[in-house]
Design a protein. Structure first.
Length: 590
């Protein structure tokens, strides 16, 4: 084996690993928050979980990444251990797709179709298409597709270089003797497990084994134990990820480990017991790249088929290993799961992390709405428990703002798609507005408590007027929540006209209340209380307007709130139309 062969093998290995990483990152970025939608369809059905695990892993080309996400889900309370089992099992099957793609390297024959399927034929074409997309495409999605194509091309070129580099090893006696040693099941498993643990990718270690197979020195007897060990070695990533996580998350990592160990032990015992009786002759034959893919797939599919009915038993085994009295899941009365979902593990899949931030902020927004509704109700009938509830929600919302802000600062340093980048920008601008709305809810509670303590109440006329303003406020809060949740620019344009109507109502009510004070129909204390309530209403409407305008401006790739508001109020006929509509809906009593 010459020096050039050694350098070719090292260079090919480097390109292979880089290409696999680049392709995986490109696929994850393109999938983005779609992974969230896929995983949201989880049910208690283990089969559904297996299918989802297969799909997600096939998309991102990494069972390790899928399992790490599952550990994050369990740590966050998004799913329980029973749901995690199916996903983990499905991930093991999904990862076999990579070995089938890599088996194209071993295609032999002069047929034109076979020649076209060989990586040396199509990899340069894919690389060229990828470069063109990256250089000339305007949309981020097309650029991401370009990165996927280049990653796949580099992966295949690296595999081809590695295969060419190791071809000289076929003549080296020590290399052939090495693989004879690996026929020992225990030694072969250890080698496979250690190699996979080092590079933290079973797909990559299987690919390296496939390249070695092209020398003709690797027999089925040596390959089978190594592949079994590779399935155990891939658990290292999830085990490392579970460090510092809660006990349920550690159990999820153990479920992955136990599944692979139990599956491997059962397979090895059954296989070698039958071999002792039948004496499989093919174990001495040289295995090809397609043979490796077959072994990899058959083992993982068989392991899932055998162990899926015993998923709950594996969960119990993990719970016995890590004992705890905690419930398997989380209470979520105040939306605390939204905060727990901001798991650092998800930062490695930025598109998915953005989806978690959006979900958490939507929960924060709904808590804000709940706080406002409770505080408004207290103006009519004060209730100490409801008042305390508003204060509790305010603390939760403050916690949301702190955690979301810190998490999204870290997320902003990652490579995001254009859509995800816009979403993060909207979230960063909006969380402070939602928090301020909650503050105004607290202010209203304080006013309600003051009225209750002094045994005072607004006049019947003032209550009728306040009801009109309250109805308008409730609508703008509901409208803003829909706008925010769906990032709906069309609906967002309806928020500012309503905010203007609320401003005009506040101004008119202020005049009327001053008049009542002059006529002695209202006390100074009630006058201050009424003014405070209306001032808080106006501020809440302002924050709703800020959120809506932020969405409109970010989507238009601009951000100048004052310029936008000046423009629509002066030149937009749609604004005038909506303003008149709202004005007619919220008419103050004479």
């Amino acid at each position: 084996m010459s020096l050039s062969d050694i350098l070719g093998m090292i260079g090919g290995l480097a390109l292979f690993l880089y290409g696999m990483n680049a392709m995986g990152e490109g696929l994850s970025k393109t999938a983005g928050s779609r992974l969230e939608k896929i995983l949201e369809k989880l049910t208690s059905s283990p089969i559904r979980g297996v299918l989802l695990g297969m799909v997600v892993t096939a998309v991102i080309q990494s069972s390790s990444a899928t399992t790490v996400m599952v550990v994050g889900f369990v740590n966050s309370g998004i799913m329980n251990l029973s749901q995690a089992v199916g996903i983990i099992m499905g991930a093991n099957v999904g990862t076999t797709v990579t070995s089938w793609l890599l088996s194209l390297v071993g295609l032999q024959g002069d047929n034109i179709i076979i020649q076209l399927l060989k990586p040396t034929s199509f990899s340069p074409v894919l690389a060229l298409i990828g470069v063109i997309l990256i250089m000339f495409a305007k949309s981020d999605f097309k650029k991401d597709v370009g990165n996927i194509l280049i990653g796949f091309a580099i992966l295949m070129i690296g595999m081809d270089m590695m295969s060419s580099g190791v071809s000289g090893l076929a003549e080296v006696e020590g290399f052939r003797e090495l693989f004879v040693m690996f026929k020992n099941p225990i030694l072969g498993m250890l080698v496979g497990a250690v190699l996979t643990a080092i590079i933290q990718s079973s797909s990559a270690s299987v690919g390296i084994l496939q390249a070695m197979c092209l020398t003709g020195a690797v027999s089925y007897g040596a390959a089978i134990p190594i592949i079994m060990g590779q399935n155990i070695g891939t658990c290292v990533t999830a085990m490392i990820s579970s460090i510092g996580a809660n006990k349920n998350a550690k159990r999820a990592a153990l479920v992955h480990l136990y599944f692979n160990i139990i599956g491997t032990v059962i397979f090895m015992i059954v296989f070698y017991a039958i071999n002792a009786v039948v004496n499989f002759s093919f174990l001495e034959d040289a295995v090809g790249v397609a043979g490796i893919a077959v072994i990899h797939s058959v083992f993982n599919i068989a392991a899932v088929a055998v162990l899926l009915p015993f998923g709950n038993a594996i969960v119990k085994l993990a719970c016995l290993t890590i004992k705890d009295d905690e419930k398997d899941g989380y209470e979520d009365e105040d939306g605390e799961t939204g905060i727990k979902a901001l798991d650092a593990r998800f930062l490695e899949k930025p598109g998915f992390a953005v989806a978690q931030c959006k979900n958490a902020t939507v929960k924060m927004a709904k808590l804000t709405r709940k706080s406002m509704h409770l505080s408004i109700d207290l103006l009519n009938e004060y209730d100490k428990e409801k008042a305390e509830r508003v204060m509790e929600i305010e603390n939760t919302i403050d916690h949301y703002e702190d955690k979301l802000g810190s998490y999204m600062v870290k997320l902003s340093s990652k490579t995001l798609s254009e859509h995800d980048s816009q979403t993060v920008s909207i979230l960063l601008h909006s969380i402070s507005d939602f928090e301020r709305i909650s503050d105004h809810a607290v202010n209203i509670v304080k006013t309600a408590k003051e009225l209750h303590d002094k045994k005072e109440s607004f006049s019947e006329k003032a209550q009728e007027e306040l009801k009109v303003a309250t109805d308008a406020l409730r609508e703008i809060i509901e409208l803003t929540l829909k706008v925010f949740e769906n990032e709906d620019v069309t609906l967002a344009a309806k928020v500012e006209p309503l905010e203007e109507v609320i401003d005009s109502i506040q101004a008119e009510l202020k005049k009327r209340h001053v008049k009542r004070l002059r006529n002695g129909k209202c006390t100074i204390e009630l006058g201050f209380a009424f003014s405070d309530v209306m001032a808080n209403y106006e501020r809440v409407a302002d924050h709703c307007s800020n959120i809506a305008v932020c969405i409109i401006e970010v989507k238009a790739d601009e951000f100048d709130t004052h310029e936008y508001l000046d423009h629509i109020k002066a030149d937009d006929p749609h604004f005038d139309e909506m303003y008149k509509k709202y004005k007619g809906r919220y008419v103050l009593p004479e």
